[in-house]
Design a protein around this ligand. Structure first.
Ligand code: CA
Length: 231
């Protein structure tokens, strides 16, 4: 699978150029012109690396880096800082905030690609987890879209599977109905939020004993609970 790079850069020309160069080098890319949509995206998808501009309109790049590195869900994603500044002080500060590397503009496309590859290799951050073993009796195979309960394959719909896939990305994290809808259907959703409740009810029914792992926070949404059942 091609590595997926998120690029946060507010200058559209530079963003387009970086995307072009990285795509040519075989990376998949997603561009963000501000920090806020990046964080929104990280709720449902993790990239292999984040290339982060230091000067952004809505948040300082250092602050973005600090926020990423202080959240258990995102701390392992490698971050490479991209900036026009070449002060030693800024470099040191960036690395102190947890950045994995630092690239100064203007840069050579070849150097950028080589550095990103090196950081990804070195980081050991692996997002392509294909099989999730919640416990020996409850296994999810993301490649084959299969849920195995005591070695028996559950007959779930693709929607039910994707809901479980989302909830298990961050156990304990409450996803609201609108985030679940975004994950399932993107922006062209035509269904109402209550539809989620119906899918969840069906999924819980199919999970049988393990239904307790899908919890509801009243008025907010749903989350995945991995601890053993105490009832
Ligand atoms: Ca900038």
């Amino acid at each position: 699978m091609n590595k997926n790079i998120y690029i946060v850069e507010d200058e559209p020309d530079i963003l387009a150029l970086i995307q072009l160069k990285l795509n040519e080098a075989g990376f998949r890319t997603k561009g963000f012109e501000r920090a806020e949509p990046l964080f929104k995206h990280l709720i449902t998808e993790y990239p292999d690396l984040i290339l982060l501009d230091l000067m952004l309109p809505d948040m300082d790049g250092m602050e973005v880096c600090r926020k990423l590195k202080s959240d258990a869900a995102t701390e392992k994603i490698p971050v490479v800082m991209l900036t026009a500044r070449c002060d030693l002080e800024d470099k040191v500060k960036g690395l102190e905030f947890g950045a994995d590397d630092y690239i100064t503009k203007p840069f050579e496309a070849k150097e950028l690609v080589a550095r990103l590859k090196a950081v990804i290799r070195r980081s050991g951050w692996e997002i392509a987890k294909n099989v999730l073993t919640i416990n020996p009796d409850f296994i999810i195979d993301f490649n084959r879209y299969e849920i195995l309960i005591r070695n028996v394959r559950l007959d779930v719909t693709l929607t039910e599977f994707k809901i479980l896939q989302l909830l298990t990305k961050r156990p304990g994290w409450v996803y609201n109905r609108s985030q679940i809808l975004d994950y399932l259907w993107g922006t062209d959703k035509v269904v109402i939020e209550r539809t989620i409740d119906v899918h969840i009810r069906n999924l819980r029914e199919k999970l049988g004993y393990f239904a307790y792992m899908i919890k509801n926070t009243r008025g907010v949404g749903y989350y995945f609970f991995t601890k053993p059942n105490e009832d």
